[in-house]
Ligand binder design. Structure first.
Ligand code: CLF
Ligand code: SF4
Length: 520
């Protein structure tokens, strides 16, 4: 990894030693469990089905969370039908959306199953690339089983082409596995932050289970037993399981390597390690006690370390419980209850299919372009790796202006190609025609570990400031495919090192943005 510890962004000694500790844990982990980090062609791969069986590929190929490649093209939606929760997490404040699967800061509009079903059909007829309905809160779906399964039943019967997806804390999961299978909910996420109840006691103050409240270690023991049992029961039935884990530095960061091993051995398909969001204004226990989240470097080190035979998800947007759209965008405001109840819904499965076939044509073109470009890297011998940030609106293209970007996608470039490794949310730089210098500083902090930023367009002022910060603003690939362009850039980067035009310098760490997204 290209990293100059502590450079510029000012990560402290604690963070540095945490990274070193994680790397050590990871090294131990790799020695005794995985294939050694060869990096599996995964759901994170852009190379199509890779080594997935046809049956699994069919399930993941257009699920934006289970396939990194699909997330550039396909959208998901959540319906907020599940307000109650049966546990308390120290990173959650009930006034806000569930932090497991959502972004704190925006209160969801709660729906009845019937309203939810109407909303799904309305979105499906407006956004034909919406392929997945997820129920992810704002509480826990399985603490509200009647509403959750009624919603699934309605969609199962009226919109059979929409995949059903569920996210749960897992406490009640073993009780509902048969119902999950009955409605063909093929994708289930369980948030598992620990398998050690002593660590769990620091994350969960209480659980409410079978009409009784439990606290401390006892609560955490019940929770972990139920989560792992539920995971085993689902994978035995061939239901694809993703495990979400919130990385809490100093609490469970190093322990997540053991969690990774435990869930992998029980058949989990995908592991999504997410950064703790703990801004004080959210009013969570962790926010109020000053518990920090990880830096970008710490998160990546842990994700890299856990990547072996287990697929790692790196494109999660920690979305809200009523999110609508591509993972990096939010169209929920277009589908408020008032609006959907007034909408004429024309749910036409053939139109949806035709649209999705067009998406597949574009997607195949993208993969072919990437493969062709990758071929030109053959024979390059270098251990140089760089990160680049990309402004994109979707479709796998460099198609967003620098000033309009609400997030940047981050790719790692090496002689193996271009690999998606995360995203960074930012405040908009362009504020009604003017560049906001404060925002620019925030953008630079967010992509400080990147050697370049790819954009469709950029003004002169931010260009200069980016260069001063050592980040190369690149607009020559406007509207081209991201990975193809990135590989071409990297080839040129290596050539410029060879001929002495540039010196490869390790970059510093970067900030993960805290708090709610401010829509622009
Ligand atoms: Fe929703 Fe979750 Fe299903 Fe996706 S989200 S229930 S698996 S359809 Fe996706 Fe959002 Fe991350 Fe969740 S980006 S928070 S992983
Ligand atoms: Fe909040 Fe979700 Fe945890 Fe329940 S499971 S306390 S809703 S984060």
């Amino acid at each position: 990894m290209d990293f100059d510890p502590g450079q510029e962004i000012g990560i402290g000694d604690d963070a540095e030693s945490d990274v070193a500790d994680i790397m050590q844990k990871v090294a131990d982990h790799k020695g005794c469990g995985t294939s050694g980090g060869s990096g599996k062609a995964s759901c994170g791969s852009s190379a199509g089905s890779g080594d997935l069986t046809p049956e699994i590929w069919e399930k993941v190929k257009n699920h934006p969370c289970y396939s990194e490649e699909a997330h550039h093209h396909y959208a998901r939606m959540h319906v907020a039908v599940a307000p109650a929760c049966n546990i308390q997490c120290n990173y959650c404040n009930r006034k806000y959306d569930c932090a497991n699967e959502s972004r704190p800061g925006v209160v969801s509009e709660k729906l009845t199953p019937e309203q939810a079903a109407k909303k799904v059909l309305a979105v499906a007829s407006t956004i034909p690339q919406m392929t997945v309905l997820g129920i992810a809160g704002p509480g826990d779906p399985l603490a509200n089983p009647a509403k959750t399964f009624k919603t699934f039943e309605l969609i199962y019967n009226t919109a059979p082409d929409i995949k059903l997806c569920l996210s749960t804390n897992g406490l009640m999961l073993p009780d509902h596995v048969d119902t999950i299978a009955k409605y063909k909910v093929d994708h289930v996420t369980i948030t598992i932050n620990m398998i050690d109840p002593d660590i769990g006691a620091k994350i969960y103050p209480w659980i409410f289970y079978r009409n009784k409240r439990y606290t401390g270690r006892e609560a955490a023991q019940i929770l972990t037993d139920r989560q792992l049992l539920g995971l085993e029961m689902l994978t035995e039935r061939g239901i694809l399981c993703k495990v979400n884990s919130v990385m809490i530095p100093g609490v469970n960061d190093q322990h997540l390597v053991e969690v990774n091993r435990a869930v992998k051995s029980r058949g989990a398909f995908l592991h999504n390690i997410m950064p703790l969001i703990s801004a004080p204004e959210h009013g969570t226990v962790f926010g109020l006690t000053g518990q920090r989240g990880p830096t970008a470097q710490e998160l990546k080190a842990l994700q890299d370390g856990c990547e072996g035979e287990m697929n790692m998800m790196r494109h999660c947007r920690q979305c809200r419980a009523d999110a609508v759209g591509l993972l990096g965008e939010d169209r929920s405001a277009e589908f408020t209850t008032d609006k959907i109840m007034a909408m004429e819904v024309d749910y036409d499965i053939d139109t949806r299919r035709a649209y999705q076939e067009q998406v597949e044509v574009e997607r195949q073109a993208k993969v072919a372009a990437k493969q062709a470009e990758l071929g030109t890297l053959a024979g390059e011998m270098s251990d140089v790796k760089i990160l680049i940030a990309v402004a994109t609106k979707g479709g796998g293209r460099v198609n967003e202006h620098f000033g309009h970007a609400k997030e940047f996608q981050v790719y790692e470039l090496s002689t193996s190609g271009a690999k998606f490794v995360g995203h960074r949310r930012v405040d908009l730089y362009c504020q009604g025609g003017f560049g906001d210098e404060d925002s620019l500083e925030g953008v630079i902090r967010a992509i400080n570990d990147c050697a370049a930023v790819f954009v469709a367009k950029i003004g002169g002022c931010p260009k200069d400031d980016l260069r001063k910060a050592g980040i190369d603003p690149v607009d020559q690939y406007a509207h081209e495919f991201i990975e193809q362009s990135a590989i071409a850039y990297f080839k040129d980067y290596l050539a410029r090192i060879r001929n002495g035009e540039i010196e490869h310098i390790a970059r510093g760490d970067a900030d993960i943005r805290q708090g709610a997204f401010i829509a622009g």
